[in-house]
Ligand binder design. Structure first.
Ligand SMILES: [Zn+2]
Ligand SMILES: [Zn+2]
Length: 347
């Protein structure tokens, strides 16, 4: 049977408020989840404010979901009632194309079904995200949260965690590799922790040194302020991999000059303006400029297992649902260390 549940939704680009939504009747493949915590991602704000194309209101956002299984369909083999689970940015995909076959469902050719503001192929409705008490998700898109990860801290791993882990994994960060992380916010601080967990040497590039002490405490080997123009000449040709988490336009050529031969600069932030770089900055040492978007389901599980084993958790601030609009303003001003997590029991 379908179920009415409490949620916190955007009724216009300006406002979120308590609403009621209907979760579909679970089918034989579905897992029913009582949501305990939901992280706030910058994408939530872009979507609520209709900055990334059309948003259908009212809409419940949230794709960093952590909760407990309350029921399973009869064909569900991976999960049982009481399991700690997570749901990230996707809830379905075609499962037949080359990318789905390769476990890269986020790049599905027929269209990934995102956790909110997507059309749900199971019932034709618009998907509603994690700022709500309950969700129904196909078992293929549910993740196991290891017992060693507290549920509140598990939530941000579902987007911020995998967004950084996937490029680190794909470009083989590990012992003997030097990794640079541009930006030290919700994404950047996870990049530092995960790159260290994989055994790399990590440098943070931040505009100022205001969070340097914290950065070093959270595991960075070096932390440099890019307001100092000498930084780039000092770090010339030092890195194997640099991940850019900043969504503002920054001078990418300076960072390309910090890559060793065959190094990679990976964009995970999404600046509004097109990137402008000289081909020479790529030719010089055969370096590459790449993009990366979240990660596949199997890869996300691999990250969660690593975090569970090495006790890698995001730094979070827990908030009640009534604080969401204010939290958005603080995210936009970078006034959060490092991720807001909504306590769903306050809904
Ligand atoms: Zn996100
Ligand atoms: Zn596909």
């Amino acid at each position: 049977m379908s179920k009415e549940v409490k949620a916190w939704g955007a009724t216009s680009p300006e406002k979120t408020e308590p609403i009621t939504i209907t979760r579909r009747a679970p089918d034989d493949q579905d897992v029913s989840i009582d949501i305990k915590f939901a992280g706030i991602c910058h994408s939530d704000i872009h979507t609520v404010r209709s900055e990334w194309g059309k948003t259908t209101y009212p809409l419940v956002v949230g794709h960093e979901i952590a909760g407990i299984v309350s029921a399973v369909g009869k064909n569900v083999t991976k999960f049982k009632i009481g399991d700690h689970v997570g749901v990230g940015c996707m809830v379905n995909s075609c499962r037949q194309c080359e990318n789905c076959h390769d476990g890269e469902e986020q790049y599905c050719f027929s269209g990934t079904v995102f956790t909110y503001n997507s059309k749900d192929p199971k019932d034709g409705t618009i998907t509603q995200g994690g700022y709500s008490q309950h969700v129904v998700v196909d078992q293929a898109f549910v993740l196991k949260v290891p017992e060693s990860i507290p549920l509140d801290k598990a939530a941000p791993l579902m987007c911020a965690g995998i967004t950084l882990y996937s490029p680190l994994n794909h470009w083989k960060a590990g012992p003997g590799k030097r990794v640079g992380i541009i930006g030290f916010g919700g994404l950047g601080h996870m990049g530092v922790k995960l790159a260290k967990a994989l055994g790399s040497e990590v440098t943070v590039f931040s505009q100022t040194n205001s969070k340097k002490e914290l950065g070093l405490r959270l595991g960075a080997d070096d932390y440099v302020a890019t307001s100092d123009p000498d930084v780039f000449s000092k770090l010339s040709r030092k890195f194997d991999l640099i991940i850019n988490t900043v969504s503002a336009s920054i001078p990418l050529e300076l960072y390309l000059s910090c890559l060793r031969r065959d190094g990679s600069l990976v964009q995970v932030g999404a600046p509004e303006k097109p990137l402008l770089i000289s081909p020479f900055s790529l030719d010089a040492q055969r370096v590459g400029l790449h993009g990366s978007m979240i990660g596949g389901i199997a890869e996300t599980q691999k990250m969660l297992d690593l975090c569970g084993e090495k006790l890698i958790f995001p730094e979070i601030e827990i908030i009640p649902a009534s604080y969401i609009d204010e939290a958005y303003e603080r995210v936009l001003k970078s006034q959060v260390k490092f991720r807001f997590v909504i306590d769903i029991s306050t809904m």
